[in-house]
Design a protein around this ligand. Structure first.
Ligand SMILES: Cc1cc2nc3c(=O)[nH]c(=O)nc-3n(C[C@H](O)[C@H](O)[C@H](O)COP(=O)(O)O)c2cc1C
Length: 239
């Protein structure tokens, strides 16, 4: 047994001792991902969620203590100025700072608590201290058994003072959704709620193959390059 098996809580950990009080908790989880270096081998599924996205994106693992980030893409690194080593293993609160609106942070916290997708435009900070207005979507992703597996986050920098690109993005998202068939829309709603193909198939009384087909077509029509982008679009459109 190593730190990998001991991520439930520090106090549960049989390896804890007076000398090394937290060998298996948050820091061990962080070290593990940092030491592995290659986030893409750490959790291929998390990687697949976001790697094709042109939008800054992260994935967190709520099964680990303090819900740390387990994957990020290059756009997130470019946006925030943090390196992969500084990102992986940490809770995403490192983006917040003195001017961050507590009520918006609370909205994200509530979404995480209730396992529901949220979109907020919150003041965040880059590594060099530059503040930026971040239109962030945080959404749950469930596993095949319907258990919470990940949170996906995607961040878009808004220009302060300029006409909000979110207005345009929302309008465009709503427009794109009109191209979907009723079935494709239903599938999108469930994808946006974090459901897997298996669960969607069950809910809609369809085969998984048919769900995959509708999902693929919806993705194509929406011009989404990853499931995460599709979720973001749905949240932006208020689905
Ligand atoms: C996947 C994911 C992405 C997040 N992205 C952001 C973000 O971009 N900006 C932000 O201010 N908070 C973000 N959060 C919320 C923070 O991780 C954290 O929950 C929040 O700052 C509250 O911190 P607290 O737990 O110290 O109160 C994200 C959370 C998750 C799970």
């Amino acid at each position: 047994m190593d730190g990998r098996d001991c991520v439930k809580s520090a106090t549960d950990c049989p390896h804890a001792s007076a000398q090394r009080p937290l060998p298996c908790a948050q820091e061990a989880a962080r070290q593990r991902f940092v030491e592995h270096g290659d986030i893409y081998t750490a959790d291929p599924e998390a990687r697949d969620l976001i790697c094709h996205s042109p939008i800054a994106s992260v994935v967190s693992n709520p099964r680990l203590p303090d819900n740390p980030l387990i994957a990020c893409n290059q756009s997130f690194i470019d946006l925030t100025g943090y390196s992969e080593e500084e990102i992986i293993g940490r809770n995403c609160r490192f983006l917040s700072g003195p001017g961050t609106e507590p009520w918006l942070t609370e909205a994200i916290r509530e979404g995480v608590r209730e396992q529901k997708a949220v979109l907020v435009e919150i003041l965040n900070y880059k590594k060099d201290g530059t503040p930026f207005r971040n239109a962030v979507v945080v959404a749950p992703v469930f596993d095949d058994d319907g258990e919470l597996a990940y949170f996906h986050g995607s961040q878009i920098e808004l220009e302060e003072g300029a006409e909000s690109p979110m207005v345009t993005r929302r309008a465009r998202a709503a427009e794109k959704l009109k191209d979907l068939s009723k079935r494709q829309f239903e599938v999108l709603q469930m994808v946006a709620a974090g459901l897997r193909n298996k669960q969607i198939a069950y809910e809609l009384g369809l085969s998984e193959k048919t769900v995959k087909m509708h999902r693929g077509l919806a993705m194509e029509k929406l011009g989404a390059q990853s499931s995460a982008d599709m979720i973001r679009l749905a949240v932006e459109a208020g689905v």
